[in-house]
Design a protein around this ligand. Structure first.
Ligand code: IFM
Length: 456
């Protein structure tokens, strides 16, 4: 048995997002977001669940901050609902929405919990989707105005900012799913991702110029280490491609101010993309981030069959599942070595950036409840292995400064509705009762001791 200890200033936190927990979807002047539209007007969400009420956090935020305090959290990462602040995406401000986040921030600070704000976690004002969404430079400008308002209004008290959460998901994946207008279109996903990077760089520039520029600003990418099934050349090629599309396409604009040549070549051949504006690359180059947020839950395993050329290789790539491994309720492999390898690789390939794990956690069945405590040993085992992997990376000089568990409480899991539970705290959606899980108590002890005994 060995004991591992984290650095003294290591930040232990949890993460949530506005649409997934707030509810109050049309209260006190809030405008409609694309997710309000998706849940009410399509059939793609499991059980036709909606975020109309969600965890009712909008009304229960004080109770929720008390839970965070009892957990001993150092920081809380949450996102702001853009249409609560600007109901039409731009123009007139909704004072009640501004007050809500002012109150939440005050409550956090009074309880010695650092607020960490994500500006965009997918709930785009619907009116901005109607003018082209993330493919439109008008939406880029609206985002920069919104970001500027946020920096100026809250920046005296909020010192850590994240521009976007998981651009891969809300551009490439949502567009290939056809989420916004039900027409799957990968080309548009590429175009949207290019606009999002421009919006990111402009917002960072705005932050540096704002009166409250003495904090840190970064972006959160969902990254997953990619492993080949075998050592064959083909499987290695498959790794290069999948890593290129899922990881490098998003990391390189941010950390190298360029797009990966190989993926650009393939995308151009297939989709005939317009040239990436030189100004975008200059902006990215002139506005480096202070930290990289990484969301990591699992790894990716691939293999490929014989292709004629690289383009057809894409079609022959297969996702691999290893029978001997454990999988979460989302069907994601428990793969702590993937986190370790990812951290080492980012550190090595991208010049030793400061990193926060801005999300990591496990969806579990959570069926066993004893004395009103959910017995989620599987979640504890998962977190233990991931914390240990993170600690090993720190020992190898990776500049990992903090760790945010997804999530504080069970919440609306997008197209899965409420069927998947990621929380440290269970939510009874009938009564809105918050119930501690064993993992919450365990996390409290980790934070208090800043480490734990490893028995594997
Ligand atoms: O719930 C999501 C979150 O919104 C973004 N990252 C992954 C989580 C689990 O799927």
């Amino acid at each position: 048995m060995k004991r591992i200890e984290f650095p003294n200033d290591f930040i232990w936190g949890v993460a949530t997002s506005s649409y997934q927990i707030e509810g109050a979807w049309q209260e006190e002047g809030k405008g409609e977001s694309i997710w309000d539209d998706v849940v009410h007007n399509t059939k793609i969400i499991k059980n036709r669940d909606t975020g109309d009420i969600a965890c009712d956090h909008y009304h229960r935020y004080k109770e929720d901050v008390q839970i965070m305090k009892a957990l001993g959290l150092k920081a809380y990462r949450f996102s702001v609902s853009w249409p609560r602040i600007f109901p039409s995406g731009k123009g007139k401000v909704n004072q009640k929405g501004v007050d809500f986040y002012d109150n939440l921030i005050s409550e956090l600070l009074e309880n010695q919990i650092e607020p960490v704000i994500t500006l965009y976690h997918w709930d785009l004002p619907l009116s901005l989707q109607k003018i082209g969404g993330w493919e439109s430079r008008k939406v880029v400008d609206a985002f920069v105005d919104y970001a500027n308002f946020m920096f100026n209004h809250y920046g005296d008290r909020v010192k850590k900012w994240i521009t976007f959460n998981e651009p891969l998901v809300f551009t490439m994946w949502f567009y290939s799913l056809g989420l916004y207008d039900l027409k799957p279109d990968v080309r548009r996903g590429y175009l949207a991702s290019i606009c999002v990077n421009a919006a990111h760089a402009k917002a960072v520039e705005m932050y540096r110029k704002s009166k409250n520029s003495d904090g840190e600003i970064g972006i959160t990418l969902n990254l997953s280490h990619v492993y080949p099934k075998t050592d064959s050349e083909l499987d290695q090629e498959a790794v290069k491609y999948v890593d290129g599309v899922n990881n490098r396409w998003f990391i390189e604009p941010i950390l190298k101010a360029s797009y990966p040549e190989d993926i650009l070549g393939i995308a151009n051949k297939k989709f005939n993309l317009p040239e990436i504006p030189k100004e975008d690359l200059l902006l990215l180059n002139d506005n480096p981030i202070d930290f990289l947020g990484i969301n990591n839950y699992s790894c990716t395993r691939v293999s490929a069959e014989k292709p004629d050329d690289l383009t057809s290789l894409r079609k022959l790539i297969k996702r691999e599942r290893l029978e001997e491994r454990e999988y979460s309720e989302m069907g994601w492999e428990v793969c702590p070595e993937g986190l370790f390898d990812l951290l080492i690789r980012i550190d090595k390939d991208y010049n030793h950036p400061i990193i926060y794990i801005t999300e990591n956690g496990m969806a579990c069945k959570d069926e066993k409840i004893v004395d009103n405590v959910v017995q989620d040993e599987d979640r504890i085992n998962y977190l233990k292995q991931y914390f240990e992997a993170a600690h090993r990376a720190i020992n190898k000089n990776v500049r990992l400064k903090g760790y945010f568990i997804w999530s504080l409480m069970d919440n609306f899991e997008w197209i899965e509705g409420y069927s998947k539970r990621f929380g440290l705290i269970r939510v009874n959606y009938e009564t809105q009762e918050r119930i501690w899980k064993k993992s919450a108590q365990w996390y409290h002890d980790i934070i208090t001791e800043n480490g734990f005994e490893v028995n594997f």
